[in-house]
Design a binder for this molecule. Structure first.
Ligand SMILES: [Zn+2]
Length: 232
């Protein structure tokens, strides 16, 4: 049996053409009605079931050491002395690695800011717990600057279709600047040196790579010859 409109071959179970939707019709041949060759009810694909099952087990495996160490610490010391680090680190690892796996296509523009905020909180906790003085003048600005850079790059790469070379070139320039900022904050916070000592080297390398990418992005003939040569 064939479709009267588009001519595709039809199984006996079809009542209309799967391709063009035309009802199956022939004036002379009585149609035998057969069972469809595939199950009609919608079933969950096996990998979806396995995935959420595995993620549930992983979640429990993360919870066990966190709860046990909190209980141990509380039993021995009567308060949280060391178990906070364990619980906080496990929560951080879970947030960064496992939580996005619960979603079918996790959006990095949503998850990356959450991850960096959580890292900041963890560092603040360690700073307060150890009586440090390095959070506000070092950890917070460095984490914030790296977070901004990474999140901006992820957002641009996801939502801007063109100009990847400009994005990467700009990122390298900012990364070089970040190295200088890190050395400056290290010197301010920990009084290592009074002047800049090492950050010029990564700054120079990053700046050269960034400028090179920007030149390739601007100069169309150069870009096309590289494209033909290296297939990039
Ligand atoms: Zn058809």
């Amino acid at each position: 049996m064939y479709c009267v409109k588009c001519g595709v071959e039809l199984a006996d179970s079809e009542t209309k053409c799967p391709l063009c939707g035309t009802p199956v019709f022939h004036p002379d041949i009585p149609r035998p009605v057969a069972d469809p060759p595939f199950p009609t009810e919608k079933q969950l694909r096996p990998e979806e079931v396995n995935r959420s099952g595995a993620l549930f087990v992983l979640t429990v495996l993360f919870l066990i050491p966190a709860v046990i160490s909190l209980l141990c610490d509380w039993r021995i010391n009567g308060r949280t002395v060391w178990s906070g680090y364990v619980a906080f680190s496990l929560a951080l690892l879970y947030l960064i690695v496992i939580l996005p796996l619960w979603f079918r296509s996790p959006n990095p523009v949503v998850f990356l800011p959450i991850d960096f905020a959580a890292i900041c909180l963890f560092l603040l906790y360690v700073n307060c717990k150890t009586g440090g003085h390095w959070f506000l003048s070092f950890a917070f600005p460095v984490t914030g600057a790296i977070g901004l850079l990474v999140c901006a790059q992820a957002a641009l790469l996801r939502y801007v279709r063109r100009g990847q070379l400009f994005i990467f070139g700009g990122s390298f320039l900012l990364l070089g600047g970040l190295m200088v900022l890190i050395e400056f904050l290290l010197n301010v916070t920990f009084k290592f040196h009074t002047t800049f000592f090492w950050s010029f080297y990564p700054f120079a390398s990053c700046a050269i790579i960034g400028v090179m990418l920007l030149i390739i992005a601007i100069c169309r003939p150069l870009r096309e010859s590289l494209h033909r040569k290296f297939f990039v």
